[in-house]
Design a protein around this ligand. Structure first.
Ligand code: DC
Length: 229
């Protein structure tokens, strides 16, 4: 029996990648891996251990400390979904706020951090039946994925989504600051030297500016079913 296809979902931040990737994985009964959560977890670890702070970034110390980091995705009853655990601790609530968000791009550009995480992502992908979302999934992590989706949306709509997410987290920010942060992240994600966000030639584009969640999901599922035959 076939083990299930590999689905790569890449795209800009706040395009709703994780929502669609997770819902698609649920529909197909596949494993869902949020690779952004892995970069956020390393950023949280760096902040917690003082590798980032006081205008300093001790990247060499961060890289050396990676051997002491163990990441797992496990089901959380509280969050009703699989979330990331750092050395046995559920850190889902720690990685979504503004402090991690404003530092994660700097952590994600370190080659050794990427190598450390990509190795783990590829080991998971090897089993098949997986939906993985991120920035370099189609280009680096699973270049031979059966389905590659590139998600995008109007920047105003993305900033509005992020604005509402921060409000929900009790970390409300001015809309213009949210927009500035989003633009900066887009710039850093697409212009960095190590594995920048790119739309691969074989990716199908999903622009969800004017689509409901159900419409996006139905489209992604149809693409997936098409690749399974
Ligand atoms: O998808 P996200 O917003 O949770 O990602 C957080 C950050 O991690 C974002 O700045 C880009 C980076 N990232 C990356 O470089 N490569 C990935 N595969 C996933 C995320």
């Amino acid at each position: 029996m076939a083990k299930g296809i590999r689905i790569a979902i890449d795209g800009y931040s706040s395009t709703g990648k994780s929502t669609i990737a997770k819902a698609l994985a649920d529909r197909l009964d596949y494993r869902y891996i949020d690779t952004g959560a892995m970069y956020r977890a390393i950023t949280f670890w760096a902040l917690k251990n003082g590798f980032i702070g006081n205008e300093q970034f001790k990247s060499d110390e961060l890289v050396e400390s990676l051997q002491a980091v163990k990441l797992d995705f496990k089901h959380s009853a509280k969050h009703a979904k699989p979330v990331i655990f750092l050395n046995g601790e559920n850190i889902e609530d720690n990685i979504r706020g503004a402090e991690v968000a404003s530092n994660v791009s700097h952590v994600a550009k370190i080659a050794e951090v990427r190598k450390f995480l990509v190795k783990q992502q590829q080991a998971i992908a090897a089993a098949g039946a997986v939906v993985m979302d991120g920035r370099d999934i189609a280009s680096v992590v699973m270049p031979d994925a059966e389905l590659k989706i590139f998600m995008t949306a109007d920047p105003n709509i993305r900033a509005q989504r992020r604005f509402e997410e921060l409000e929900r987290l009790g970390q409300a920010m001015d809309f213009k600051d949210v927009m500035a942060n989003l633009k900066e992240r887009d710039h850093l994600d697409t212009s960095r030297k190590e594995s920048p966000l790119i739309q691969t030639e074989d990716a199908l584009v999903l622009d969800n500016s004017n689509m409901t969640r159900e419409e996006q999901l139905n489209l992604a599922e149809a693409w997936a079913k098409d690749r399974m035959v």
